[in-house]
Design a protein around this ligand. Structure first.
Ligand SMILES: [Zn+2]
Ligand SMILES: [Zn+2]
Length: 566
């Protein structure tokens, strides 16, 4: 048992992700014998991680305390909040709670990992209250965000209420009419909130975010201006309200709708099944059948708003998409803004679209996208309604967290009541005090392919090495009995174009031959370790001298005497 301050039991708030970074949100709350987890997200790899598909939080702390983990509660269905669940649930199969759309967005992921039957999903509604263990009661509070079914969490603990905003904005004219539950938030504030955790994504932006409805107005104008042209709209598939607005416009302008991209088709299917997306079946045509429809009667809703290499829009833009060919009579609307880091990919797509003669409309030209995250005035509103005793800014890089702490201080909070956290920090909260306690194990795990395990740092270093300097392979045949060399091939990949550098490869062969002469082959014939090391060392020096580069060198030795004997 861990030592505890004997005056008063403390609530621990443990950050496994989502602070000091935007992405892979995951926070654990611990009191007495109970642990609950809020969200379980992924982030996407940066350029230093070749071949890595996903980055997930390190959950070693939870695994070490697995018998005390009562469940995972989800705020909403975005990847940075649910994407790591299939990987985490494999080792930590606890009940999962979320709204209908959140769970519907999670289900295809579980299916892909063949986990549908083994995971306990529990659907909740805004205003639902669930008990987890003896120490936690979680109430879901409706908020606005760029995916429907988003909730904040009011978590009652033995020492007070913790309010976690999740991702939110204040939209007074949301598409589904379910306005953020400010009344309940004010009520909670009046009863007293011990700790507020609020998202910080847009804390650098003044004023308020615009309503999702403004996008509808801009799109309406675009439909009206492009009456004879075929229209494409690229957007995030999870933004069901955006999809609804586009489909409503299609009805208004007598166009059919086709969907393109696997995640778009998935979301449309699950969202319409649970009634989050409403339309007549005959509005939709399969993308394979759009050839028969006149340009002016068609709108295509597609993935690829982030310029993702394999997405439908990216392939259309580089004319590699067989189902749809773009041309002069097409208008493409990119109804999204590039996530930081994706700008170059998005601009590449826009450039390619222009090359095909397509008209392109994107955020810097028109209001075709609004953010789903609260700006300064909306954050201030939440602070003033909740009136927390303590505050931890979350969902942001360090600068966002710092700016959010300053905002809270401008509104009258003392700096000693605010803690800015990093991954691995454990915050200890009592009724009287908030402070950092001992860190826990945390960090990230890298997933590639099916994610059978963490990709270690050695593998990653090799991939970086290969991607930067290429590979040279030496294949040596040696008769272990006589010590004579019976064959030698040197080949390279991604290093130097071999046809133009035959001299270099010939030189490399000489280096290998000389190394072989200096080696006691008979003594080494067990595993050829000494010979391989010598060849690698000599070749490395030779290639660096000639090219100033350091390719990875792979040496393979086969014993030809052995082959003959067999
Ligand atoms: Zn979100
Ligand atoms: Zn988020």
């Amino acid at each position: 048992m861990q030592k505890q301050n004997n005056t008063e039991p403390a609530l621990k708030v443990i950050f496994l992700g989502g602070v000091g970074e935007i992405g892979k949100n995951m926070t654990a709350l611990e009191y007495g014998d109970d642990i609950i987890v809020v969200d379980c997200g992924v982030c996407f790899p940066n350029g230093d991680m070749p071949g890595i598909d996903l980055v997930i939080p390190d959950t070693a702390y939870l695994l070490a305390n697995r018998e005390r983990v009562r469940g995972i509660v989800l705020t909403h269905g975005h990847e940075d909040h649910i994407g790591a669940l299939p990987y985490v649930l494999k080792d930590l199969n606890v009940p999962v709670y979320g709204t209908r759309l959140t769970l519907a967005l999670l289900e295809p992921k579980l299916k892909e990992h063949k986990m549908t039957d083994s995971v306990k999903l529990n659907s909740v509604k805004p205003k639902s209250v669930i008990s987890l263990g003896a120490n936690f009661r979680v109430e879901f509070v409706n908020v606005s965000h760029s995916v429907a079914g988003s909730c904040a969490l009011a978590i009652t603990t033995p020492i007070g209420v913790v309010f976690h905003t999740g991702d939110f904005k204040v939209d007074f004219t949301p598409i589904d009419g379910n306005v953020i539950d400010l009344q309940r938030i004010a009520e909670l504030g009046n009863r007293g909130v011990l700790l507020l955790m609020a998202e910080s994504t847009n804390v650098e932006r003044r004023g308020s975010s615009m309503s999702e409805a403004t996008v509808g107005n801009s799109l309406n104008a675009i439909f009206a201006d492009n009456i004879d042209r075929r229209i494409f709209v690229a957007t995030f598939s999870s933004n069901v309200h955006r999809l609804q607005q586009i489909m409503d416009l299609a009805v208004k302008y007598k166009r059919k709708v086709a969907f393109s991209g696997r995640s778009m088709l998935n979301v449309v299917e699950v969202a319409s099944k649970i009634g989050e997306l409403k339309y007549d079946r005959d509005l939709v045509v399969e993308v394979e059948k759009i050839g028969k429809i006149e340009d002016k009667n068609l709108v295509i809703i597609t993935t690829g708003s982030q310029g993702e290499p394999m997405s439908a829009l990216t392939r259309m833009a580089s004319d590699e998409f067989n189902k749809v060919k773009l041309g002069f009579n097409d208008t493409v609307v990119i109804s999204a803004s590039p996530i930081p880091g994706n700008e170059r990919m998005v601009y590449n797509v826009i450039n390619n679209l222009y090359r095909l003669g397509t008209k392109v409309i994107y955020e810097s030209l028109a209001e075709v996208h609004v953010s789903g995250h609260a700006c300064q005035d909306e954050l201030s509103l939440i602070h003033s309604l909740i009136k927390p005793k303590f505050f931890i800014p979350v969902h942001g890089e360090y600068r966002h967290l710092k700016k959010h702490a300053e905002l809270a201080m401008r509104m009258g909070m003392q700096s000693s009541n605010i803690v800015i956290c990093d991954i691995g920090n454990c915050v200890s909260v009592t009724k009287k005090q908030i402070k950092l306690a001992d860190n826990v194990t945390a960090g990230h795990l890298l997933i590639d392919g099916l994610g059978v395990g963490d990709v270690g740092s050695v593998v990653l270093r090799d991939r970086k090495h290969l991607s930067e300097d290429g590979l040279v392979v030496v294949a040596l045949g040696i008769n272990a009995l006589s010590g004579a060399m019976t064959g030698l091939e040197v080949a390279s990949r991604g290093f130097i174009y071999t046809k133009e550098s035959e001299n270099l490869m010939d030189g490399a062969k000489d280096v290998v031959t000389r190394a072989l002469e200096r080696c006691d082959v008979k003594a080494d014939s067990g595993d050829w370790g000494a010979l391989k090391n010598l060849v690698r060392k000599e070749l490395k020096n030779f290639l660096f001298k000639k090219t100033r580069r350091n390719p990875m060198i792979l040496t393979m030795v086969s014993d030809t005497a052995d082959a003959i004997a067999k």
